[in-house]
Design a binder for this molecule. Sequence first.
Ligand SMILES: [Zn+2]
Length: 162
Amino acid sequence: MGNFHTENLGKILGGDALFKDLEYQRKMLRCLSENWTQIVGKLAPQIRLEFIRGKVLVIATENPLWMSEIRYYKADILTKINTLLTPLTGQKQTLTDLRVMIEPPSPTLPTQSPPRPTPKTLQEAIQWENQDRKNRGERLCSRCHTVYTASSICVFCRSGVK
Ligand SMILES: [Zn+2]
């Protein structure tokens, strides 16, 4: 297809092994999302799961006040997360780090996209994701020009996780 955005995003996200990775990460994020209250307790409504990259989980909060709280409990949170993920990944320490970003609330985010079958290829997964984001009125990241985002810079560029 030679889709410019898709190819570039593939590079940014890590190349060939990416699609398998995306599926895997989606499963891990779903597992964490289902157990989020159990993992972070009273902080659950304040923290959003963003993405997993390698062994790093990136989460976001709207209020800077929560950052120190989250950091204080970081080791504890990671232990709980790894315990939950072990049956899924077969690893004792699936994730080794937790990064917190400050993210303003996004008024467009809660829009539910229609249910879709599991994408068959990375390109499909990215195209669908991009389409959803376009439909929400998001724009291409001004830094990497490949990821749609509600802010001017996408979550990957903002997080600094490479
Ligand atoms: Zn970007």
